[in-house]
Each structure stands twice: as C-alpha cells, then as structure tokens.
Design a protein around this ligand. Sequence first.
Ligand SMILES: [Zn+2]
Length: 562
Amino acid sequence: MILSNSPNPNLVALLYADWKIRIYHLEIQNSTIRLFARITGKRSKCPNCLKSSRSVRSCYFRTLADLPMATNAVLISLWIRRFACTNPNCEKRIFSERCSELTSPYSRRTERASLYLKQFIIEISSNKGAYFSKLMNIPISNNTCLRLVKSMAMPVDDNLLCIGIDDWAKRKGMNYGSIIVNAETGRPIDLLNIRDSGDVVKWLSGHQEIKYVTRDRATSYASAITKALPQAKQIADRFHLVKNLGDAIQEEIKLEYSHLKEVAKNIYEAIELKKSRKVILEARNDVQDNVKMEMSSVMIQKREKLFQITKMKKDGHNISDIARRTQTDRATIVKYLEHGIPSTRTRSTRVNYNRYIAEINHMVSLEINPTAMFKSLKNIGLKCCERSFTRWFNIKFHDYQHKWNRACHEPLKITKPQIWINYIPPLRKLSIFLTNPEYGVAKDTGECSKEKEIVDVLVNEIPLLSSLRNLYINFRNILKGGCHEKLDIWIKNAQSIGLKKIDRFCNGLKKDIVAVKNAITYNWTNGLVEGNVNRLKNKKREMYGRCGFQLLRRKVCLSVTG
Ligand SMILES: [Zn+2]
C-alpha cells in the first residue's frame, strides 16, 4: 500500500523545526515513511573557500535514515543541489550543498539517529547492537556499529583537580597499560597503551592544572608524576598500604608457624585441663553424681600425671628417670608421650551426624544402602557403631528407599571434614582472624565462632600475635585518623620489635613517606581507579579479548553503565 500526501505543516514543525529543510511530500510504504525534503535558501557556501554561490549545476537525492516514528522506519530523501564555486582561485569547481544541522558529509543517517545509535552501541557488543538496531527500525550492520564507536570523540577535560592512576593487564604478566581516572567524578578519562614512564609523562605534562595524584606503591608512576607534575601532591593508596602490612604479617607468622603450633597445642591442653578441673569441682558439689565424680577424678589424676611427664621430658629427663620419680610404669609413660591425653570415658558419646550431612545427602541421592553409607563415613572419620548410625538414619530419613545393589559400585567423592590440625587455624585464616577482630562474629546476634574464641585465647597468650594485631589495628587507625605525625612513632615502635618482614615493610614506607603521609592527610582515594580497572576487565571479556586498543579505550571511557 502506498500513501502519498502533503505533510501536515504542524507535524513537520514539531519534528523537524531545527533543520533548515522543507518537507514537500510524504509516502508510507511497508512500514516505512519516506519524507521528501529540500534544503531551504537559494545559495550555498563552498566548503573549501566559504564563498557563497547560487549557480546550480545539477541535483540528486540523498537518502538519510532518521529516528523511527511509532513502528515505522523513517527515511528522508533529501534533494541535494550541486553548485559551481564562483571563486576563480578555489580548487573546488563543483560542490554539493550541506546541511550541518541535519547530518555530516557522507553519512547515511541523520545526526540525531547516529547519536542515538552511538549511545546504546557503546554499552553493548556490535552483534547485539546490530540486532537491537533492527528491532528499533534503524538497521545497521555489526561492522557499522564498530565504525560508529570508533568515530566517537574521546572526552576532553581540561579542568582536573585530582586524578588516580593505575595499571591494567593487557595480558597478565606480559604487558600492561595505564588507566587514568578523574577522582572527582569517578569516571575514567583516558587509557594509555603502556605503563612505562614515557607515555605517562607525556600525558601528565599536558595537564598542568592537576593538584593531586593518587597512585599505588609502584615506583614507575611515582617517578613519572614527579617528572611531569612536580607541584602535584602524590597520594599513596590506603588499601594497598593496609594490604601490604597484612601480607607482611602473614609472612611473619609463616616464619614462626611451626613454633606457634607447639605453643598453641600447650595452651589448648592447659585450657582443656582447666575445663575438666572445673567439671570436677562442680561434680563434687553434686552429691548424687558420685560415680561420675570418681570417674572424672581418675581422669584428672591421669592428666596431671601426663603434664608432669611431658614437663620432665622437656626438661631433659629420660624415661627411666621419669618412671622412677613419678612411680609410673615405663610402658605407660611411653604410651602417654606418644598418644597424649587419654580420652574421657563416658557411658555415651553424642555423635554429631550433621557434620557429615553433605556426604550423607550425596549418598542418599545415589540411593546407597545405609550399611555402605556407614562404611564410607567411617573412612572419613565418623566414630560410632553401625547400629547407632542406622538408628539415627532411620529417624532422619524415615521414608528412604535405597537400592541394595547400589552398595559400593561407584567410588564416592567424599571430602574430609575440615579439622584444625594442632589447635591453630591454617596460616591464611589465622592472619585474617588476627588482622580483623570482627571476623567470626555473627553480625545479627553478636555470637563468636569457636575458631574466633580459640584465636582470641592464642592472641592473649602469645605475645607475638598480640603485638602483630596491635600493630595492624594501630596502623589502620592512623590511616583513618588524619594525623600523620603518629606514623613516625608507629614506624619507630614497629621496628623496635625486631621482626624481619615488618622491618622491611617499614623501610618501604620510609622510602615513600611523603605519599604515605599524604594518604593520611587527604581524603582522596585510589579505590575509584581499582573499581574502573574491574569495569575494564569486564569490557575486555565482553569482547573476548579480541578488541583493539582504540576500541577498548572508547568503550571504557565513554560507556556510562560500566
Ligand atoms: Zn570554493
């Protein structure tokens, strides 16, 4: 169906008022509105010499895609006149008239349609862009999407107060670029293809208005900033400072870890002894529980003897000597030294089956019979008899239907329950507990986890751990506090302890002391840059790492949504 009509002047005024064109005809065909228009005015300026001309030589139609109207695509057929340049000195003989408000030279879309496309193509991949452009009735190909993005101008900001600079991996461990972020707006301003001084110095030299630069602890950026912007204040990143100290603490614990294990074991055993003594005292008051009291006092005697034996062994006495002094059989002494505290004998031990619930559920899903289940669980540390397990299992899974032939045909992947060896958390976890006193405390109830309780006891008992925790907390408070004089005192204190790794951290601080003190004084942070590096990684992955540098640069700096 073809509809031809003279356009409504009010509608034209509403939709196309800004353009110096006159729409003289309108056609609707297959969901496409075609507007026939011509540029108003009898004259046109030569783009080369800017001399006006009214000498028309020929004409042609130029088709431009515009923004869609309702569900219809809109095409403008623009009647273009070719003028002869009347300037005898001008190189151009013939030129086409231009309408800069409407479109740019050689473009196949109106300026507003291009702008609209650019705004969403910058946020998504070119394939998605091509798909959505078809849905929106301004169809373009994926290659055109890329061309549009590459034609976008980079933002120009000449009024920078504070910037953040950091590196990003083009290929991890191989080559790196730099990202520069406006710290006031949090928006990336530019990407550099390199992180070495040369290009960074060149970029910074063009922005002498910058007063503050936040950076990580890398020396290459420090020297580049000093060279290009000697007047700017450099601010070290607070996150990296705290992290570096955390790493130093972890390394320090690593050096002492085997010794700490020993100490922790002794402390743990002493606490256990105290606990059982307490039980006895309580039991003594309980007249009705005579039997229990007797059993426990035997245990206490045994434990006390064990400690006596262990102490004598440590003091260098041999087994015969210990046997004579403690009036104990030599075999008993050997047994005590090998196996530690004998376990308390009680009439019934409550087994925590829920500890193995993940494995049990897994085997339930495989329809394995309870006997085979018990065998598997026993292999990973369940300590009870089969009868008590099946009794518990039948209550918990009362309508369980297993297959008898599914006994042990399939090898089960069962993870061992995590148990702390030697009464101390693993190295990394210990350093987390140590540096974050809130770790292991439930936010809603304020309840402490068992691990946290043990670590707190260790911190109270072991001077090395308590001094490391104090160092960390004090350092963090100084960074938050805004008083840089305290830093010198902190460094002095930290170095007086005489720990190798902490000493090395302090020497690092001293080398970069001005930037570190600036980090305490000023509120500017490099966190925004770190966030933008994450955005950049996201963009890189979105393009499967195949995009060129210029495309990535625009995608990162011009995208609004991240
Ligand atoms: Zn000319």
